[in-house]
Design a protein around this ligand. Structure first.
Ligand SMILES: Cc1cc2nc3c(=O)[nH]c(=O)nc-3n(C[C@H](O)[C@H](O)[C@H](O)COP(=O)(O)O)c2cc1C
Ligand code: SF4
Ligand code: FES
Length: 683
C-alpha cells in the first residue's frame, strides 16, 4: 500500500495544475504498476478533489484502464473491418483457440492476455496484431503462433524502435528508411539495422535517415537512396536482402530485383497531387532544418504578420472543410471562435482517428509533425487562443513518440512558447493520450475526456466553438484540416481552392485498405471515382478474387456495391448515393465477404463503443445484434427484417449523436445492396 500511495502521489504531483489531470494520472499509475489497483482509487480521488465514483467511472469507461494486472505479454488482435477483409475473423478464432482464452482474458499461467482492439492504423497491411508496443502486419495464424513463441522470450518488453538516424561519416550517401508504424511492422527497423551493420563492415559511408512513409504501404519497407533527381527507390526490402544489395553496389549504382527506379517511375506516387503529404517520406520528420527547407513555417511567418480576421478570411476563401468526417467549413468555425469574447480560448486537434481503414492522421504525425504544429499555431493566432491540445489515441505509440519529440524541438527552436519567433505572441501545445474509446473521436466526448471525465457526448448547442474545453470557446479540428492550413497560408487561398470539385475544395486523402493489392495513402483532388481509386491505384483485391463490397467512411459508413463505384468521391456526390466520405477510409472486400456478418458487426461495434448516454444507441445496438442473429437463424425472417428496419429508424431518429445515428447506414446498405446474404437457407 505504501508503494501505491507513493506512486499515486508522484503521478498527481507531476500533473498538478494541468487541465483534466485524471487521465494522465491514471495512465502514469498504470504504467508503473501494470494496473490501477482498487486501493489507488480513493487516494486519487482525495488528491484530485474528486469523488470515488468519478474516478471509478473513468476507469470503467476506457478500455485501456484495468484494476487487475494483465498477463506478462498483452496481445491485441484487431477486430475491425479492414482486418476482417483480409482474414481477420479467422485470425481472431485462431488466437482464441491457440491461447485457450477469450478476448479480455489471461491464460492460466499468467503469460498471455488476449485483448480485442478496433484498428491499429495498419489497415493497408492487415490483419494487424499489437504485442507490447510493437505492431505486426499481415499476420496469418502461422505467424501469430511464431509471435507467441517469441513473446515467451522477451518480446513483450521489446525496446521501442529508434526514431533517430545513424550517420557513418560526412558526405555519406543519404539512405532513407521509414520509421512509420506500418513500415516498422513490415520490418523497417531490421532493415535499417542491417544497412548500418553491413555498411560498417564494408567501410562504406551511409547517412541513414529515419523518415516517415510516403504511404505506399504495398512497397514498404521502401528505401530511398541519394537525393534530388538521382534518388533511387528500392521496394519491399527485407533485412536478409541487405547483404546482396551491398554486393550489387548499394548504395551506389546497383542492379537488384528490389530496385524500382526514381520516384517518377512509380506511377502510383507520381500521379498523386500531394499538398498535405508533400513532405511525407521525403524529409527527416524531426529536422526543423529540413522542414524549413521545404517551405515549412512559411505560413506561420506570414500569419505572424497578419491580423486574426485576415487569417480567418483566407481560410474561408480557400474553401477548406473539416476532414474529420462532418466536412464543416473550417473558416466559419474559426470565425465563431474569433468572435466569441473570452479571456481564454483553445485549439484542440482531434487525432483520435478511430475509423477502421484510416491511418492518414497517424501517417502525418509520424512523417511531418511540424506541419500539424504549424497549423495549430496559425489557428491559435487566428482566433486568439494561446493553448492547444492534441488528443491522440493510445493505439498509436510511434506517433506519440515522434510527435512528443517534435513539440519539444519546436519549443526549443522558438516556434512554440510564450514568444513565437520573437513576435511577442504565445502558443503552447500539449500532447494528451486517449485510452481506447472510439467515441472519444466525437468532439464533445473528446472534450470531456480532455477534462478528465468519461467520454460522454454533450448536448449541442452550445457548440464547442462557443463553449468547448473548460467551457471556453474552442476550435476542434482534425489533424488533416489543421495540416492543410499551413499550405493555405504559405501558398494562398486560390492555390488551394483551385483543386477539387463542387463544394469539396483542395485534395482528398483516401486510405486504401482491407483486401486491396496496393494499399496505402492516396492524395488526389476531390472528384476521382471510387473505381479509379480501387482499380487504378489499388490494383483490385489482394486475394485476386472479384471485389464485392467497398465500405467508405469508417465503421459508420455504407457498404457500396459495384453499381455505385463510379460515384465521384466528394462530400455531396457520395451523400446523394446514401454514402459518406467521412475521414476517407476505403475498405475493400472480395466476394467471400458475408454481408450479414458485416451488418452484425456494425451493431456489435456500436454496442461495444456506445457512450451509453441515450437508449436508441445503447440498447438499440444490442437488440440489433440479437435481431441479426435471429435473421441468420431464419425462423421468422420476414418479420425480423421488418423489425430491423424499424430499429434502424429509431436509431437514426432518436440517437443523440452520429454513433447511434449512423450505425444503421452500414446495416441498411448491406440489406439493400446485398439482400441475398440475408436470405440464405438455414442448415
Ligand atoms: C462517433 C464519432 C466519431 C468521430 N471520430 C472522429 C475522429 O476520430 N477524428 C476526427 O477528426 N473527427 C471525428 N469525428 C468528428 C468530430 O466530432 C468533429 O466533427 C471533428 O473533429 C471536427 O474537425 P473537422 O472540422 O476538422 O473535421 C467523429 C464523430 C463521431 C460522431
Ligand atoms: S448515440 Fe450512442 S454514442 Fe451517441 S450519445 Fe447516444 S449513446 Fe452515446
Ligand atoms: S488495423 Fe485493423 S482495421 Fe485498421
Amino acid at each position: 500500500m505504501g508503494n501505491i500511495a507513493n506512486i499515486v502521489s508522484a503521478a498527481v504531483e507531476h500533473n498538478r495544475g494541468r487541465i483534466g489531470p485524471l487521465m494522465p494520472v491514471l495512465h502514469a499509475i498504470q504504467k508503473q504498476l501494470g494496473c490501477i489497483p482498487r486501493e489507488a482509487v480513493p487516494l486519487v480521488a482525495t488528491a484530485l478533489n474528486l469523488s470515488r465514483a468519478e474516478v471509478q467511472g473513468v476507469i470503467g469507461f476506457y478500455h485501456d484502464f484495468h484494476h487487475e494486472p494483465l498477463g506478462k505479454t498483452v496481445i491485441q488482435v484487431c477486430r475491425a473491418e479492414a482486418c476482417q477483409a483480409n482474414g481477420g475473423r479467422a485470425l481472431e478464432a485462431h488466437a482464441r483457440e491457440r491461447l485457450g482464452v477469450d478476448f479480455g482474458e489471461t491464460t492460466a499461467d499468467g503469460q498471455h492476455s488476449l485483448e480485442a482492439v478496433y484498428c491499429l492504423g495498419n489497415c493497408a497491411c492487415s490483419p494487424s496484431v499489437r504485442i507490447g508496443d510493437e505492431i505486426h502486419a499481415r499476420v496469418t495464424p502461422g505467424r501469430f503462433d511464431a509471435l507467441i513463441s517469441e513473446s515467451g522470450r522477451d518480446l513483450e518488453r521489446a525496446p521501442a524502435p529508434a526514431i533517430g538516424g545513424h550517420k557513418t561519416g560526412e558526405g555519406a550517401v543519404r539512405v532513407c528508411v521509414p520509421m512509420d508504424t506500418t513500415a516498422v511492422a513490415l520490418g523497417a527497423d531490421a532493415v535499417a539495422q542491417a544497412i548500418a551493420a553491413e555498411a560498417g563492415e564494408r567501410g562504406i559511408e551511409v547517412d541513414i535517415v529515419r523518415t516517415g512513409s510516403r504511404g505506399a504501404f504495398w512497397l514498404e519497407p521502401l528505401l530511398e537512396v541519394g537525393s534530388g533527381p538521382d534518388k533511387k527507390l528500392f521496394g519491399s526490402v527485407k533485412a536478409e536482402d541487405v547483404s546482396a544489395l551491398f554486393d550489387a553496389g548499394f548504395p551506389g549504382d546497383c542492379e537488384h530485383p528490389s530496385l524500382l527506379g526514381g520516384l517518377e517511375d512509380i506511377p502510383w506516387l507520381a500521379r498523386q497531387q500531394r499538398l498535405t503529404f508533400a513532405r511525407a517520406g521525403e524529409i527527416d520528420p524531426l529536422s526543423i532544418a529540413e522542414y524549413e527547407a521545404t517551405d515549412g513555417f512559411t505560413g506561420l511567418r506570414k500569419a505572424l504578420e497578419m491580423q486574426p480576421q485576415a487569417i480567418v478570411d483566407l481560410v474561408k476563401e480557400s474553401g477548406l472543410r473539416g476532414r474529420g468526417g462532418a466536412a464543416f467549413p473550417t473558416g466559419i468555425k474559426w470565425q465563431t471562435v474569433l468572435d466569441a469574447p473570452a479571456d481564454q480560448k483553445y485549439i484542440v486537434c482531434n487525432a483520435d482517428e478511430g475509423d477502421s481503414g484510416t491511418f492518414a492522421d497517424r501517417l502525418l504525425m509520424e512523417a511531418d509533425p511540424f506541419q500539424l504544429i504549424e497549423g495549430m499555431t496559425i489557428a491559435g493566432l487566428a482566433v486568439g487562443a494561446t493553448e492547444g491540445y492534441v488528443y491522440l489515441r493510445s493505439e498509436y505509440p510511434v506517433a506519440e513518440r515522434v510527435f512528443g519529440e517534435a513539440i519539444a524541438r519546436a519549443e526549443s527552436a522558438g516556434f512554440l512558447g510564450d514568444d513565437i519567433l520573437g513576435s511577442g505572441k504565445a502558443f503552447r501545445l500539449e500532447l494528451r493520450m486517449g485510452a481506447n474509446a472510439y467515441i472519444c473521436g466525437e468532439e464533445t466526448s473528446l472534450l470531456e475526456s480532455l477534462e478528465g471525465k468519461r467520454g460522454l457526448i454533450r448536448y449541442k448547442p452550445p457548440l464547442p466553438a462557443i463553449k468547448g474545453l473548460m467551457g471556453k470557446p474552442t476550435v476542434v479540428n482534425n489533424v488533416l484540416t489543421l495540416g492543410a492550413v499551413s499550405t493555405i497560408l504559405a501558398k494562398g487561398a486560390k492555390f488551394y481552392q483551385d483543386f477539387g470539385s463542387g463544394r469539396s475544395r483542395g485534395t482528398l486523402t483516401v486510405q486504401l485498405a482491407g483486401n486491396v493489392r496496393r494499399g496505402g495513402l492516396v492524395e488526389v483532388p476531390f472528384g476521382a471515382t471510387l473505381r479509379e481509386l480501387v482499380q487504378d491505384y489499388g490494383g483490385g483485391t489482394a486475394s485476386g478474387r472479384p471485389m464485392r463490397a467497398i465500405q467508405v467512411g469508417g465503421p459508420l459508413g455504407a457498404y457500396l456495391p459495384e453499381s455505385l463505384w463510379d460515384t465521384p468521391l466528394d462530400y455531396e456526390a457520395l451523400a446523394e448515393k446514401g454514402g459518406m466520405l467521412g475521414h476517407g477510409g476505403v475498405v475493400v472486400f472480395d466476394d467471400t465477404v458475408d454481408m450479414l456478418a458485416q451488418a452484425r458487426f456494425a451493431m456489435e461495434f456500436c454496442a461495444v463503443e456506445s457512450c451509453g448516454k441515450c437508449t436508441p444507441c445503447r440498447v438499440g445496438s444490442v437488440r440489433g445484434v440479437e435481431l441479426i442473429d435471429r435473421i441468420a437463424d431464419g425462423a421468422q425472417r420476414a418479420a425480423d427484417m421488418a423489425l430491423l428496419d424499424e430499429l434502424c429508424t429509431t436509431m437514426v431518429d432518436g440517437s443523440l449523436c452520429a454513433m447511434g445515428g449512423l450505425t444503421p447506414y452500414p446495416v441498411r446498405s448491406a440489406v439493400k445492396h446485398f439482400a441475398e446474404d440475408f436470405d440464405r437457407p438455414t442448415s
